[in-house]
Ligand binder design. Structure first.
Ligand code: SAH
Length: 453
């Protein structure tokens, strides 16, 4: 490993060579990598070294000497400092290439010969998020909503979140102003005092329903009745208001208990012609436009003819399961969050779909059970969280030997690892299709289909 070729507080001129998977520029000084925010490949700049560690360091831009042709002029620094939209400095076509390239690099390192297709992007890659979770804190004596500066708990007040549905941005400002008006104490994480910690808002893109969740340290929220009354007057789309209790000293946003204090217990939305209810703690894809693209790709990749038995592992509220059930003989879903499974069952009934079963449990456990019961699986659909598939899950797949696997991934690093393991059981995919679910951010979603050799 290269010795640190720089020291803290040093000023120097560098040329950016690469972008990290987090969207930071990389410059090499005598082989020693420096990570720099707001810096794009090809750009020359004067930088100031902030921090030096054994194998890499961090620097900040003092003056940019040249601009990349892919740089978007006038990008707002707050989106980069907070990590809300680290790629917003990069032109959208270059973002799509960046994501394709990231997967290619990971495959190369894992010795996987899989083609990565060009990323399917959005026509309007802004204002797409149907969900916001923003912290509520006191900043200089005033209650503020916004986002933390990266790697810190310093709140940067923000009203326009760039990638969120603007109706959601507006709702957050309305709620913030009401909390101010009624002098509701903001949570203070140093003392674990105060009341409202976070505001979560979800809006159904198709239904225009809105759910507002106040995450609170106490069930008691001062003037809650007045606040809800004014909130629903100011925001006619609101169909439910929920208080979620989180009294722990933790970075986890939502607590385990919720109480509906106005309207429905869930939000309704529609995807690909089906209607879905979504409880506050259930997972729901944040980019509904691209979710339809992703699911359409997944169904095509599964090659369903109406005769297949399908497992949908990590099934959430059943969005993929129910969409697939329309083209399959039977779909078995498994999901660890109980309220999500209840949503999935209600969603099956809501859409008059009978050829599905949902089980609560860990995918790695339930798949064992299905394997032991000799379930005649034709297609295994997986859509795991960022940590990817559990080793025991992959082993069970090796025994079960489904003829086809469709892998939807939100983390190409664990995808590459899992594909290597699955290759050991005879699954060798030809290609991966990235679908941009998270424009302006570094996150990469993709879909890979494979058949048993
Ligand atoms: N396919 C769904 C959800 C994907 S997100 C959709 O497209 O909406 C991943 C889901 O996996 C989440 O709902 C999460 O609660 C669930 N999950 C996480 N770990 C799990 C595990 N070990 N077993 C089963 N489900 C799990």
């Amino acid at each position: 490993m290269a010795q640190p070729a720089v020291i803290k507080n040093q000023d120097l001129e560098v040329t950016i060579q690469d972008l990290t998977y987090e969207g930071m520029g990389v410059a090499k000084v005598a082989g020693f990598p420096l990570f720099i925010e707001d810096a794009l490949p090809g750009e020359k700049m004067q930088v100031h070294v902030l921090k030096v560690q054994k194998q890499y360091g961090f620097a900040k831009v003092v003056k940019r000497l040249t601009d990349s042709p892919d740089r978007v002029a006038g990008a707002d620094g707050a989106y980069i400092r907070t990590g809300i939209a680290p790629l917003s400095i990069l032109a959208y076509p270059a973002q799509l290439k960046f994501k394709q390239h990231q997967i290619e690099e990971l495959y190369k390192k894992a010795h996987l010969a899989i083609d990565v297709l060009p990323t399917i992007g959005m026509k309007h890659p802004l204002g797409y998020r149907n969900k916001a979770q923003v912290p509520v804190r006191m900043v200089n004596g005033e209650l503020q909503t916004g986002f933390y500066k990266k790697h810190s708990h310093d709140l940067v007040p923000i009203e326009d979140f760039l990638i969120q549905d603007s109706k959601i941005d507006h709702a957050i400002v309305v709620v913030r102003d009401l909390l101010r008006k009624y002098k509701v104490p903001a949570y203070d994480e140093r003392t674990n005092r105060g009341v409202v910690r976070n505001i979560m808002v979800r809006r159904g893109r198709a239904t225009h329903q809105m759910m507002i969740v106040l995450v609170s340290r106490t069930w008691q929220v001062p003037h809650l009745k007045d606040i809800v009354e004014e909130m629903t007057l100011a925001l006619p789309e609101v169909t439910s208001v929920v208080v979620n209790l989180n009294d722990k000293r933790t970075n986890v946003i939502l607590g385990h208990k919720s109480k509906t204090i106005y309207g429905q217990d869930y939000l309704l939305d529609k995807l690909l012609g089906s209607e879905f209810q979504i409880s506050p703690v259930s997972f729901y894809q944040v980019n509904p436009v691209q979710t339809e693209v992703l699911y359409t790709q997944a169904i095509e990749a599964a090659g369903l003819t109406g005769k297949e038995t399908v497992i949908d592992a990590y099934s959430g509220i059943g969005t993929i399961s129910l969409t697939m059930a329309r083209h399959a003989k039977h779909v078995y879903g498994v999901e660890v969050v109980e309220s999500a499974v209840r949503d999935a069952q209600a969603n099956a009934a809501r859409n008059h779909i009978k050829n599905v079963n949902f089980e609560v449990g860990k995918a790695e456990d339930v798949i064992q059970k299905w394997k032991d019961a000799d379930l005649p699986v034709d297609v295994l659909m997986v859509d795991p969280p960022r940590k990817g598939l559990d080793r025991s899950f992959i082993d069970a797949v090796g025994y079960m030997k489904p003829p086809k696997i469709v892998y939807v991934s939100c983390n190409p690093a664990t995808l590459a690892r899992d594909l290597q393991l699955l290759a050991g059981f005879g699954y060798t995919p030809k290609q991966t299709q990235p679908v941009d679910m998270f424009p302006q951010t570094q996150h990469i979603e993709s879909i890979t289909a494979m058949t048993l050799n």
